[in-house]
Design a protein around this ligand. Structure first.
Ligand code: PEP
Length: 252
């Protein structure tokens, strides 16, 4: 049996100043999203994390970092540690986003170290996996995402795997407006769920051009427990609409 509550995660990427981030939080909370029925988490840029954490304090809106290093501290110029995320009030972290894999050279082994570090410190990782357009066209989606998922959770006990979240994000669907079909995504996510012991107890999100008007079709699928959203998470009204539409259609 999977987790019952849907999760909507907003990955802001390299968008929003401190003032814009706190204004977003105030505007979103004023819209009174129904956090009793759904989990929602925002992932601001590092520079705005503490201020956003301050602005959402006392609410049920969650806060996370877009990546982190696996070390607690050290000579890693430009890096952010898990302890620093916790220090800002963040309890979530996205690990292995395809943009980090592609432009920062993040390997499966590095992502696995980060998963262990996050779990050791009580952060909830959202582990992102997904195939390129070429792998998709060549019919290698299943092999690719199962390999990425197994590598990310190497050495993690099933109980700890169950504390994580996975996001299936076909790279060709990210930021393109070309979302996968809900049924096709659900198929891949069923394969991901069966690939590592513990994932049968966790949430798996779909990501890739999710909008308020299509999120309902995704969360209505049996293996889709929510969404990791980029562009459509940047506006407070749009994020509130994502939460409302996910809540209405979530099947579990
Ligand atoms: C993402 O960045 O993880 C993402 C899914 O972006 P978008 O929703 O804009 O496709």
């Amino acid at each position: 049996m999977h987790a019952a509550r849907a999760l909507v995660a907003g990955n802001w990427k390299m968008h929003k100043t401190i003032a814009e981030s706190t204004a977003f939080v105030r505007e979103l909370l004023a819209l009174e999203p129904d956090f009793d029925a759904i989990d929602a988490v925002i992932f601001p840029p590092f520079t705005a994390l503490a201020a956003a954490g301050e602005a959402l304090r006392g609410s049920l809106l969650g806060l996370g970092g877009q990546t982190m290093n696996d070390a607690d501290s050290g000579a890693f110029t430009g890096e952010i540690s898990p302890l620093m995320l916790l220090d800002c009030g963040a309890h979530w972290v996205i690990l292995g986003h395809s943009e980090r894999r592609a432009s920062c050279g993040e390997t499966d082994a590095a992502i696995n170290r980060k998963v262990h570090a996050a779990l050791r410190l009580g952060l909830t990782p959202i582990v992102a996996v997904g195939e390129s357009a070429a792998d998709h066209a060549a019919g290698r989606t299943h092999d690719h995402v199962v390999l990425q998922t197994s590598a990310a959770f190497d050495g993690v006990t099933p109980d700890d795997v169950a504390r994580c979240v996975v996001a299936y994000e076909p790279i060709w669907a990210i930021g393109t407006g070309l979302s996968d079909s809900p049924a096709a995504a659900n198929n891949v996510m069923a394969q991901i769920r069966g690939s590592v012991s513990g994932l049968e107890r966790t949430r798996i999100l779909y990501g890739g051009s999710v909008k308020p008007d299509n999120i309902g079709q995704f969360v209505a699928q049996p293996h889709i427990d929510g969404a990791l959203v980029g562009g459509a998470s940047l506006g407070a009204q749009s994020f509130a609409d994502l939460i409302a539409n996910a809540r209405v259609n979530a099947t579990r």
